[in-house]
Design a protein around this ligand. Structure first.
Ligand SMILES: [Zn+2]
Length: 224
């Protein structure tokens, strides 16, 4: 028995496009419990393919919309094309993103100035989706960095994680939070009461030698 999974995109301008995502084959004669439904590896691969097709088409539509100046309606030329890597919870996707020349209709004094911009710079400044960033930070805060990386690698098709990936993400998010206006305002109110404190915690299991004592213990290291 065969299942063919397809994705159909309908662009805002009416064009449709079909993507062949994957084919799943199953035994029906002498089927076992493992033949029922999707297994984890297939689900990860399926999600990755769907994410890839979806993002490629989404970027294409955003790119076309960004090429029309919202003030004068001019269809703007492409300055150059660059490949951008987007890290998502469902895989790392490389997309072709053009940089569009900015319209000078609002700047009559600078008619020869040519500045290009990419739509992804505004949408994803650090090339990672908010959902992936949130899960990396949440798992990194609840578990050791290695355990957080292991959980993400085990359960999602995201690009391979390790303890350094998680630690760096958590540090970036902490920096983003501390630089946000809300925190700055709160800090300004509290500055006279308490100094700024940064805390990092990580932990690891140390396993005993089996012939000696059958005990493991967890080491938690903190830096303030
Ligand atoms: Zn314009």
């Amino acid at each position: 028995m065969k299942f063919r999974i397809k994705l159909e995109t309908e662009f805002g301008w009416g064009e449709t496009r079909s993507h062949e995502i994957c084919t799943v084959e199953r035994q029906t004669l002498d089927a076992s419990s493992e033949d029922l439904g999707l297994c984890m590896a297939e689900a990860k691969s399926l999600l990755k393919e769907v994410q890839c097709a979806l993002l490629q088409d989404q970027i294409e539509e955003i790119r076309e919309i960004e090429r029309v100046c919202r003030f004068c309606g001019t269809y703007l030329p492409v300055h150059d094309r660059r490949q951008r890597r987007i890290d998502t919870l469902f895989g790392r996707v490389t997309v072709d993103v053009p940089r569009v020349r900015m319209c000078m209709c609002g700047l009559p004094g600078f008619p020869t100035l040519r500045v290009a911009r990419s739509p992804l710079t505004r949408l994803l400044p650090d090339n990672a989706t908010p959902e992936l960033r949130r899960l990396q930070a949440e798992l990194g805060a609840r578990h050791s960095f290695r355990e957080a990386a292991r959980l993400l690698n085990e359960l999602t098709p995201c690009a391979k994680q390790n303890h350094v990936t998680i630690r760096n993400r958590l540090a970036t998010i902490a920096d983003d939070l501390s630089s946000s206006e809300l925190i700055v305002a709160t800090e300004a109110n509290q500055r006279s009461e308490s100094p700024e404190i940064t805390v990092f915690l990580d932990s690891a299991y140390v396993r005993s030698r089996p012939e000696y004592q059958r005990r493991n213990f967890e080491v938690i290291v903190g830096s303030i």
